[in-house]
Design a protein around this ligand. Sequence first.
Ligand SMILES: CC(C)(COP(=O)(O)OP(=O)(O)OC[C@H]1O[C@@H](n2cnc3c(N)ncnc32)[C@H](O)[C@@H]1OP(=O)(O)O)[C@@H](O)C(=O)NCCC(=O)NCCS
Ligand SMILES: CC(C)[C@@](O)(CC(=O)O)C(=O)O
Ligand SMILES: [Mg+2]
Length: 544
Amino acid sequence: MSISSTDRIVIFDTTLRDGEQSPGATLNVEEKLAIAHQLALLGVDAIEAGFAIASPGDFEAVRTIAEQVGGVPGGPIICSLARAIREDIKAAAEALQPAAHPRIHVFLSTSDIHLKYQLKKTRDQVLAIAEEAIAYAKSFVQDVEFSPMDASRTEPEFLYQVLSTAIAAGATTINIPDTVGICTPKEMEKLIQGIRKNVANIEQVILSVHTQNDLGLATANALAAIENGVRQVECTINGIGERAGNAALEEIVMALQVRKPYYNPYLGRPVESEAPLVNIKTQEIYKTSCLVSQLTGIAVQPNKAIVGANAFAHESGVHQDGVIKHRETYEIMNAADIGLPENRIVLGKHSGRNAFRSKLQELGFDLNEADFNKAFIRFKEVADKKKEMTDWDIEAIVRDETQIQVESGFQLEHVQVTCGDCTCPTATITIVTPNGEIVTDAAVGTGPVDAVYKAIARMVRVSSQLVEYSVQSVTEGIDALGTVTVRLRHQNRIFSGQSSDTDIVVASAYAYINAVNRLYRYLQSSKGNEPLSSSFTTSVKYLI
Ligand SMILES: CC(C)(COP(=O)(O)OP(=O)(O)OC[C@H]1O[C@@H](n2cnc3c(N)ncnc32)[C@H](O)[C@@H]1OP(=O)(O)O)[C@@H](O)C(=O)NCCC(=O)NCCS
Ligand SMILES: CC(C)[C@@](O)(CC(=O)O)C(=O)O
Ligand SMILES: [Mg+2]
């Protein structure tokens, strides 16, 4: 794509960078790669794949995504964040080397409060640093984005001066971050208009906005910026990100689609123009949202716009009556537009592989033979217990069975629980350790899940603290599939795991093992060659 295109909005996705700054959203390289592939399917123009200097894992993630998702011309721009520091820029350039369309995103604070307390630099120094850093980034790549951090709290005259300098030094995208999420839409309008009027050669670059959601105004501010000439928006799937998160991609994209006649004139088109305002394939939105939620362990709130479980549900009689008579009485968009399964009941325990395969195709899954077989076996198991298999059940099964498996780690063999109002909840668990040993242990707990977790913790022996446990029902009815999400804290890092089953105690056990395995993998990679088993067997500290 051409970065000078101005008749549509460039979607810059930062799920893998700002989104990963959500507390506890840590993703490993395979998980980031899976999300990046899905973002490419969704059709985002640019993927901010990480912050290359931040850690060897981030570097590897940027490099792998640059190679495997952005390695051929015509694919998305792959971007790495960098402070205005030579080592950061060099690391970004190295990580981005395999990308056909690499972008280095240099940021530097410009507000007085940041200059005084954080950077401890004068305005003149900041101007010189920005100029030098951009020129240095330009020595590696053509496409350089510059963000004046805390722009919305920066004195306007100084902001104009920094931006003019950045453009003169070669920046091709100027991104305006409302870093602390303090702006109102009216103020955003003033900020963008001021920049367009006062910054030299601003019309030669793509003007972008990056809005944070501290006051719940991120989407409103991004849209206000578009109304005032901004042509790139930075956003994340499900609105995840630092603190209260970023503007949600799905909200901006669907606002532009649903209100196209309203937005068309702001992009210089006739009101009735049918041409899309973004390159996004909206039917991929729901699937992308599920993948991000599953891999980050951050559940989507039910009332979340566009992708929440209730976004297309009608609860009250008056509304239901209206929707039955004419859908558009209460629906401004069609669930199918974001790729939501229609929830038609078709498959059951008597269905065969062909029907299952064509159902998967209909739902947009393209599985390899091994994953297909795993999913089919699981489908039959669930169908045996559950009378009606909805599209939602099938989606949950496929997500569960095809999730990125940790190659090394513990495997759950058996879960057996006794509980009730006149017995002490007891769990007997059998696991296979990473060395192939089969171990069985039992524990009592305050409830069945507590007993299961105590029994597993006793065998895996790693100090961790259960910080979140939640169950969501995927479908309706007493025989619904339940999805359990578990988050464990080890030192200051969070590891999540998820699993679905008709039996929530079984789902709980698998979710817990998944989280433990992520923690295991993390310890393994951070310990280098030292055998991991020592940390798993010596620091026996049962916090769970
Ligand atoms: C980038 C990172 C590796 C730096 O680690 P570090 O060298 O230990 O430094 P700290 O995080 O403690 O402090 C940040 C330093 O960068 C400086 N800095 C911050 N933003 C800067 C910028 N845009 N350009 C240049 N310097 C910057 C700070 O002034 C501070 O410098 P000081 O140590 O001289 O006071 C680390 O913070 C990290 O892993 N971050 C990843 C996630 C993240 O911070 N994302 C936020 C994006 S804004
Ligand atoms: C890099 C920049 C756009 C940033 O995301 C930096 C940050 O993480 O605060 C912001 O919101 O200002
Ligand atoms: Mg941000």
